[in-house]
Design a protein around this ligand. Structure first.
Ligand SMILES: C[S@@+](CC[C@H](N)C(=O)[O-])C[C@H]1O[C@@H](n2cnc3c(N)ncnc32)[C@H](O)[C@@H]1O
Length: 480
């Protein structure tokens, strides 16, 4: 069907060999579960559609050019991926968004290309974007612009799921349970086949969460296997089987997670107790005197986040991460180990602008409030991992920026890897030994030279050393 469009929109639809990033994100977030119906609105050539079908999603697609029939049907989840940015007519763009919102009964997932792709999109200025030489249109969005645009059109609070991907939920409870899930991912229950293994799974849950689960928190098979036991019997079994130290640690973690959730909730507009996801209601009942007390403590936490000297003190006291004159750097494996106020700091940035799917180290600035997620794809295997990209969110302006080092011939690299991890991390000791050997060899005598690949290579050569895995060895032919 020929469309009377002011640009060649059909040409923007690319063939995909893998699921698009927003569809992957929604899948990873558990939003495209089996049983839910999914509509890919503006599906282009339909590759996401086919990939989701293979994953046994109940998915249908509609596109004004590629798949105009049958008409789109109301579905639980609607994907509107990379459609808004190609529509040159601002009024039609908004209509497309509202139409997609109308068709979603649970969740609308919207994604758009972001301003950081500016260098990849060349063209003449046209309306509020660019017209390329192929006569395709692109309006590139800032992450905050996209969030505000969708929020304003749908009139609900939206959440940034990843950079350039926002979720608008029809029911605010679904949004709250999604936010809760981001703070405390669903508990993984141990497999159980009989009463004994079901009791072990129950004990394991209690040790991790610091409390008994509600029936609705149990997988159906566990609930069934334990159904013949009275609550008092279950409690006694947990008392007998659980390690008290682990239970106390679980309770501490759940208390902090609840505070984190409630603090972020204020940032988003906190609701009544009954509106909380049931698992969090149970955490509040178990670990606080009242919801009011929990909210008060969460508010204090948010206030502390504004206090520079408090934040700096928390960074100095942190059990994990590397503190530099400008920021605290923490590996993602150690994020749970930093003080709650700093986890809140990172979390607020992720809710505002989306945490990228690929990242290794979070950088929290201590002057001003800005978080960067740095991607070092070879952190585990490279003794001096090279930076692939960084995504920065300024919490004052909510502006975000992205830097890619994919084509850089002299990438920044990391030293003293163990400092980014918690001391008890399984790899920390090996990394520390390497650092110590490098210090002894004189490789850190000129810190300013070694921050990028070329300078580091030159220092290795000067000191007559080379790396073999995580071992520093003498370079052949080098003098003692
Ligand atoms: C960049 S493609 C994205 C295709 C697909 N969603 C993907 O991510 O691969 C943009 C698509 O939007 C479709 N489109 C153009 N105007 C539209 C409108 N008003 N409503 C819905 N889709 C539209 C185009 O036909 C094109 O297939």
């Amino acid at each position: 069907m020929e469309q009377a469009w002011g640009s060649e929109r059909r040409r923007t639809a690319i063939g995909r060999s893998a699921l698009s990033m927003p569809a992957r994100q929604a899948l990873a977030d558990g939003q495209l579960l089996t049983g839910r119906t999914v509509l890919d609105y503006g599906c282009g050539r339909g590759d996401d559609l086919r990939a989701l079908e293979q994953l046994e999603c109940r998915v249908s697609g509609w596109d004004p050019f590629y798949r105009p029939e049958p008409q789109p049907r109301t579905s639980d989840v609607v994907l509107l991926t990379y459609v808004l940015n190609v529509i040159e007519d601002a009024a039609e763009r908004r209509r497309a968004l509202l139409q997609a919102w109308e068709l979603a009964s649970t969740l609308l997932v919207v994604s758009a290309r972001l301003t950081w792709e500016k260098t990849k999109v060349k063209g003449e200025k046209f309306a509020d974007g660019l017209l390329t030489s192929r006569q395709t249109f692109q309006h590139l969005y800032g992450p905050a612009e996209l969030r505000d645009y969708v929020q304003q059109a749908t009139d609900v609070r939206v959440v940034a799921a990843a950079p350039g991907v926002v979720y608008a939920f029809k029911d605010d409870r679904a949004r709250l349970s999604y936010l809760a899930h981001r703070v405390v991912p669903d508990a993984q229950w141990l497999a159980s086949q009989d009463t004994a293994t079901a009791v072990s799974a129950l004990v394991d849950f209690c040790e991790r969460r610091g409390r008994m689960p509600l029936i609705v928190e149990m997988p159906p098979e566990v609930a069934q296997l334990l159904a013949h036991l009275k609550p008092t019997e279950l409690k006694r079994l947990v008392c007998d089987g659980a390690d008290t130290r682990q239970m106390a640690e679980g309770a501490r973690r759940s208390t902090l997670n609840t505070l984190l959730y409630l603090a972020v909730e204020l940032f988003n507009g906190r609701g009544p107790f009954a509106g909380l996801p049931v698992a969090l209601q149970q955490d509040v009942r178990s670990f606080f005197r009242s919801y009011k007390e929990a909210c008060r403590r969460a508010d204090r936490l948010l206030l502390k986040l504004r206090d520079d000297s408090y934040v700096r003190g928390a960074m100095q006291a942190s059990a994990a991460g590397k503190l530099t004159p400008t920021a605290l750097y923490v590996h993602r494996r150690a994020l749970e180990r930093i003080p709650t106020v700093l986890r809140l700091y990172e979390h607020c940035a992720s809710i505002a602008a989306g945490r990228p799917a690929r990242w290794t180290v979070a950088k929290l600035k201590h002057q001003g409030r800005a978080v960067s997620w740095l991607d070092y794809p070879d952190f585990d295997t490279d003794p001096h991992p090279r930076l692939a990209s960084s995504y920065l969110v300024d919490l004052h302006t909510l502006e975000a920026s992205h830097l890619s080092y994919a084509h850089s011939s002299n990438r920044p690299l990391l030293h003293r890897k163990h400092e980014f991890l918690a001391p008890e991390d399984a790899d920390a000791a090996r990394y520390r030994r390497l650092t110590e050997a490098e210090v002894r060899a004189g490789l850190y005598e000129h810190p300013r030279l070694i921050g990028t690949e070329a300078g580091w290579e030159a220092e290795l050569a000067r000191c007559g050393r080379q790396l073999r895995g995580h071992r520093l060895v003498r370079r052949p032919g080098s003098m003692e």
